[in-house]
Unconditional design. Structure first.
Length: 287
């Protein structure tokens, strides 16, 4: 074979390889997102595990709590839309350079009996691409779509404290160090009764207060336990709904911010003091 023929042969083989890579690259991971029931993110000795049960997602490790449905849904969308743009290398010597070696985040997705493992490495040419290896394949590929690999539990935890429709509220009781008072519905208006007062409240005033519960989300998650809040609570709101359901919110001052326990939830939420003032407004605001 002369030199020109050799060059043409090499080019032909290279073209076939690139074409093959690009053809498969345009395909996604072939994961049925609707069937995914477990996701784990691991790196070194740390791990975060999410599981779906009864249609809802939960963080099950390192703590057990409800998962933030928005964060989980965004991850599922990313996985469903992930596409491989280019074949980068299959030489293990290059793994560290692309972040898919021993230091990679390992995202394992279980969908029924099917398991897909993704080693997630460094960003590619732009923020929307990253290097990955799939199912222990030797191939390092450049994928479009950024997989969320953070193991900060607070990112994955459900941030919702309450989501109460104001029109469903029938009765509210407030317990504070300065006395107890209550709001009761009366026909189309409300009546406030306190230690030294009883007077009607305009519906719009009540609606303004109730809007803080619809929804009420946390600013962070407290480090204290549920038992500490319940044993030392300084304020309490009890809400009775028109269907007879009740919700209890108990509050403990945590040096300028407030820990909140709701009903039988194990999570202790934490919000800024200004927001607690909105939930326990001055009685004059209802006059």
């Amino acid at each position: 074979m002369n030199r020109m023929s050799h060059v043409l042969a090499v080019l032909l083989v290279s073209t076939l390889i690139i074409t093959s890579c690009n053809t498969s690259a345009r395909e996604g991971l072939n994961i049925d997102v609707g069937e995914i029931d477990r996701i784990s993110i691991e790196r070194f000795d740390e791990s975060l595990i999410l599981e779906r049960s009864g249609g809802e997602w939960f963080v099950v490790a390192p703590v057990r709590t409800m998962a933030n449905p928005v964060t989980v849904e965004n991850l599922l969308i990313t996985l469903s839309q992930l596409t491989i743009e280019d074949h980068v290398t299959r030489d293990p010597v290059d793994y560290a350079q692309h972040g898919v070696g021993e230091s990679a985040w390992i995202v394992t997705v279980n969908a029924g009996d099917d398991t897909t493992k993704i080693a997630v490495g460094r960003a590619g040419r732009d923020f929307e691409t990253q290097h990955i290896r799939i199912d222990d394949s030797e191939d390092v590929v450049l994928a479009r779509g950024r997989i969320n690999t953070t193991m900060r539990v607070d990112v994955w935890r459900h941030r919702l404290i309450t989501d109460i429709d104001p029109s469903s509220i029938a009765h509210v009781e407030f317990e504070t160090p300065n006395g107890d008072w209550k709001l009761e519905s009366s026909d189309s208006s409300w009546v406030l009764t306190g230690p030294d007062t009883s007077h009607p409240v305009q519906p719009e005033r009540f609606s303004t207060w109730a809007s803080f519960l619809n929804p009420l989300t946390t600013d962070r998650f407290a480090q204290v336990t549920r038992e500490i809040v319940l044993d030392n609570a300084q304020r309490k709101i009890t809400i009775e709904l028109v269907d007879g359901t009740t919700h209890e919110l108990q509050f403990l001052d945590l040096q300028g911010e407030w820990g909140i326990v709701v009903d039988d939830k194990e999570t202790v939420f934490q919000i800024f003091a200004l927001r607690v003032n909105n939930l326990f407004p001055d009685l004059l605001t209802f006059e």
